[in-house]
Ligand binder design. Structure first.
Ligand code: PLP
Length: 395
């Protein structure tokens, strides 16, 4: 690749992230130093990490576990992750098909760089997790957005997916449960995505970081467990959300050996190996006590979700009724005399609540707000009061 091409793709990536980046920095600046600020923008859980995890990290330090590990991670951790994925009905060989990464973020960037060639196209549902779009550009490829907004019930229509395919399409990205759409895909929907991927000879990245946060009455289904699709799927996830371990930076990518090997090579040549102390800490996430703690986290988010959705409905606003519940989308359409970005600005500057507006997440939720339920219930109740006041001001 010529140097000009490299520069061009950096510029594209920057542009793709730019609108979000620009709004995010402006909102952060407006909230800086504010007393009583309620911070609900980033989906970063407010709970401490499980006690066993913290103990394991301290022990690793004390025992001098401060050297590199194998590039793909501690075998013991890969084995635990493989066991964990087996519970989702997906079988991976921990020696050759699991790579430990610095969170889902690095799993995504290593996966994209491993399988994409310059000029390839990547199908991404809109609204999206911004990292999927920017990472696509950094891999030299082009994101092609597929509407999965409120009109489509936050699920991409097969006709829209078909219309978005070209002979350059290489990869489909599925986020299950989706963020920020909040959909936990049904077996039927996943089977349709699988037939589509096979028909067009696509690889699929299935981002399952929120799988534990399923508040529907249907089971979470891991995409790779759908019959006939396993050999095309890269499953990514992490300890970040489920165990409140965002700062440890540990996650995984699981894929057929050939892909996992390429992905491991990218990982090796970017960060050598994932932080050793964090890997030992992550091993302790599989302790029954940590699992029970993760269940408490899940239940806490469930209560917050209910409280918040009820409050939003009482205000006469619509929400996306997320099947997951780390974040909720709220529709301001027709309720304010300005746009959602301005609403978020006034909300942070005059009412001390920081959250992110829809345009940071694509083109289909321009009139919406995305709220991370990352504060205790009393603060979420207070948030509802402040949103109501802001609505009155901007009606
Ligand atoms: C859909 C999705 N994927 C990946 C990530 C990255 O998470 P991490 O790198 O902490 O695992 C996030 C973080 O919010 C996310 O929402």
């Amino acid at each position: 690749m010529k140097r000009d091409d490299v520069v061009a793709r950096m510029v594209q990536a920057k542009r793709a992230g730019e609108q979000g980046w620009e709004i995010r920095s402006r909102l952060a600046e407006m909230g800086r130093g504010k007393k009583d600020l309620i911070q609900l923008s980033s989906a970063d859980p407010d709970m401490p990490s499980p006690p066993k995890v913290l103990e394991a990290a301290a022990r690793a330090l004390k025992e001098g576990k401060t050297r590199y590990t194998e590039p793909t991670g501690l075998l013991a951790l890969r084995e635990k992750v493989a066991e964990h994925l087996l519970a989702d009905g997906t079988k991976y060989d921990p020696r050759s098909e699991v790579v430990i990464t610095a969170g889902t973020g690095e799993a995504l960037s290593a996966a994209f760089r491993a399988v994409l060639n310059p000029g390839d196209e990547v199908l991404i549902t809109d609204p999206y997790y911004p990292g999927h779009v920017v990472t696509t550009y950094f891999a030299g490829a082009k994101p092609v957005l597929v509407a999965a907004g409120p009109e489509a019930g936050f699920v991409p229509r097969m006709a829209d997916l078909e219309a978005a395919v070209s002979d350059r399409t290489r990869l489909l990205v599925i986020t299950n449960p989706s963020n920020p759409g909040g959909v936990v895909y049904t077996r039927k929907q996943l089977e349709a995505f699988a037939s589509f991927a096979v028909k067009h000879d696509l690889l699929v990245v299935s981002d399952e970081i929120y799988k534990r946060f399923n508040y529907t009455d249907k089971p979470f289904i891991s995409f790779a467990s759908v019959p006939g699709i396993w050999d095309r799927v890269i499953t990514v996830g992490s300890f970040s959300k489920a165990y409140a371990m965002t700062g440890f930076r540990v996650g995984w990518a699981a894929a057929p050996a050939e892909i996992a090997s390429a992905l491991g090579e990218v990982k090796h040549n970017s960060s050598l190996s994932t932080c050793t102390i964090s890997q030992y800490a992550a091993l302790a996430a599989f302790d029954p006590e940590s699992e029970a703690y993760a269940e408490e986290i899940r239940a806490t988010f469930g209560r917050r979700r209910k409280l918040f959705m009820d409050g939003i409905e009482k205000m006469g606003l619509k929400h996306n009724n997320p099947g997951t519940g780390y974040v909720v989308l709220v529709d301001l359409g027709g309720k304010i005399s300005t746009n959602a970005v301005r609403f978020a600005e006034v909300l942070v500057s005059d009412f001390g609540v920081s959250l992110w507006p829809g345009p940071m997440f694509g083109t289909t939720v321009n009139d919406w707000l995305r709220i991370g339920l990352v504060k205790p219930e009393p603060l979420l109740a207070e948030t509802l009061v402040r949103i109501k006041k802001c609505l009155r001001l901007l009606a």
